[in-house]
Design a protein. Structure first.
Lengths: 111, 113
């Protein structure tokens, strides 16, 4: 069966520090991968998605970047965090004919 | 472009009462529609999905939703609310074959004794 791992579960980082959140998927090949951010009262905002290794689509201009170095690995990064980067980050995978499957999320607090 | 509107950011019902969470979609092509539930500090769990088969879709935990093309709606219902249903619910739309899942802003469901 397919599983998705996302870590860490919580993270407190100072302003200006770097960020690396990792997501890995097991049990499926060539999935579409997604990073969402969730802020209170604003639903889920799609940040990045990837349809293959090295292919990244950015949905909103921001302080973050994403990379897909392997088929089932998706990384969200920042060189210098801002206060506004605080939020709940969710990784997800999806195939052409399926729904999206989500990780457990990372609560990021920038202080 | 596809979009989803969830009416009511907060809904409160009594235990045992009907739950109705509203979702309207906009899509230029036949959509796939989904309802997800989220408990605090957790990821999203699929409740049910519509993918152009039966218009009345049954999901987990006694929830169901009906796809109404004429109303561009996909409202979520449950006949009798339980305390454990308290959570945030998200409606989402995906155009067939498309790579993006677009979510509504969510509805927080509160269940009172």
């Amino acid at each position: 069966s397919q599983t998705i791992h996302q870590w860490p579960a919580t993270l407190v980082q100072p302003v200006g520090s770097p960020l690396s959140l990792e997501c890995t998927v097991e049990g499926t090949s060539n999935p579409n991968l997604y990073w969402y951010r969730q802020a209170a009262g604003r639903g889920l905002q799609l940040l990045f998605y990837s349809v293959g290794i090295g292919q990244i689509s950015s949905e909103v201009p921001q302080n973050l970047s994403a990379s897909r170095p392997q088929d089932r690995q998706f990384i969200l990064s920042s060189k210098k965090l801002l206060l506004s980067d605080s939020g709940f980050y969710l990784c997800a995978w999806m195939l052409e004919d399926t729904e999206a499957f989500f990780g457990q999320g990372t609560r990021l607090t920038v202080v | 472009a596809q979009s989803v509107t969830q009416l009511g950011s907060h809904v409160s019902v009594s235990e045992g009462a009907l739950v109705l969470l509203r979702c309207n979609y906009s899509s230029s092509v036949p959509p796939y529609l989904f309802w997800y539930v989220q408990y605090p500090n957790q990821g999203l769990q699929l409740l049910l999905k519509y993918t152009s088969a039966a218009t009345l879709v049954k999901g987990i935990n006694g929830f169901e939703a009906e796809f109404k093309k004429s109303e561009t709606s996909f409202h979520l219902t449950k006949p009798s609310a339980h305390m454990s249903d308290a959570a945030e619910y998200f409606c989402a739309v995906r155009t067939g074959g498309g790579n993006k899942l677009t979510f509504g802003t969510g509805t927080q469901l509160k269940v009172e004794l």
